[in-house]
Ligand binder design. Structure first.
Ligand SMILES: NC(=O)c1ccc[n+]([C@@H]2O[C@H](COP(=O)([O-])OP(=O)(O)OC[C@H]3O[C@@H](n4cnc5c(N)ncnc54)[C@H](O)[C@@H]3O)[C@@H](O)[C@H]2O)c1
Length: 272
């Protein structure tokens, strides 16, 4: 018989709350939400009030001790150190803030391998990582992500502030950024986790190219991936609807987190 998985959730915002509610509906013998954590205690308490389960509200270190599987939905600053601590404690971890590990992922993956634990990176708001992973087993010549966003979705990004870009003055399609995924994540840490997931699945953040385009006509985030590989050309496009809780987070990302969790806990895995 499979053991009941104790889950610890770090980040009780838009994605975290939906993950917690999904776990709450799962059969009690498959998984239980054992602990939750948030830097804003009110967010954790509000989430607790919506759940049937009674997870403890803990700090991240205590949560890691308590859980078999840690789920991160907080921020890029949290995900890197949390992955390190989780794999050092030989615990499995799923993270949404993929940007937080983009510089150190080879070392973290090696540590997880050594310690016999798993790191899960959901596809988030993009589609096509199945084909990217398969293509990466051969030679990929080019990997490119084009992200289209309403200007307001880029507000507060370091690149926008540093270059004094007036987002309100944008009237039509405007290319805001072109560069590597590594540069994109520095300039747009809250917006471009998808570029990091694509980089890790494909040819790495230095070689993956990113373009960010803004227009007031866009209602949600659209992500297009183009891969040119030995195995052929891949082109995917996700036209996303914003999640009700956070216009910067696509609803597909919320569902992708829950789908990954169901795959971890379930017995059947569909797709690459
Ligand atoms: N992989 C993807 O495709 C994808 C898509 C959307 C969002 N994301 C990322 O997922 C993360 C969560 O997104 P969201 O929409 O739920 O954000 P959100 O702002 O709605 O929620 C984040 C929560 O984390 C908490 N938090 C922040 N810093 C923390 C810390 N140091 N310790 C504990 N808690 C902390 C906040 O208080 C908040 O409750 C973000 O980093 C976001 O960039 C990834």
């Amino acid at each position: 018989m499979k053991k009941r998985i104790k889950i610890g959730l770090v980040g009780c915002g838009t994605i975290g709350s939906e993950i917690a509610l999904a776990i709450d509906k799962m059969p009690a013998e498959s998984a239980v939400l054992a602990a939750i954590s948030d830097k804003d205690i009110k967010k954790a308490e509000a989430l607790l009030g919506r759940l049937r389960a009674r997870p403890e509200i803990l700090g991240a270190d205590e949560l890691i001790k308590k859980a078999d599987l840690i789920v991160e939905a907080a921020s890029m600053e949290v995900s890197g150190p949390l992955v390190k601590k989780a794999v050092e404690a030989k615990k499995d971890i799923m993270i949404m803030s993929v940007g937080g590990i983009v510089k150190d992922y080879p070392a973290l993956f090696a540590l997880a391998e050594q310690n016999g634990c798993r790191i899960y990176l959901p596809s988030g708001a993009i589609c096509g990582l199945d084909g990217v992973k398969a293509s990466a087993l051969g030679k990929i010549k080019k990997a490119e992500l084009t992200t289209r966003k309403p200007p307001a979705a880029l507000s507060g990004a370091p690149f926008i502030e540093r270059n004094k870009i007036d987002l309100k003055a944008i009237r039509s399609e405007t290319v805001i950024f072109q560069g590597s995924a590594l540069e994109a994540i520095k300039g747009f840490p809250a917006n471009i986790n998808v570029a990091c997931a694509l980089s890790i699945a494909g040819i790495g953040p230095e070689k993956t190219l990113v373009r960010i385009i803004a227009s007031p006509e866009y209602k949600g985030n659209t992500h297009e991936i183009v891969i040119e590989a030995e195995s052929g050309r891949l082109a995917t496009r996700a036209e996303n609807v914003p999640s009700p809780g956070n216009p910067k987070t696509s609803y597909l990302a919320v569902l992708s987190a829950i789908a990954t969790l169901k795959q971890i806990l379930g017995t059947v895995k569909v797709g690459t």
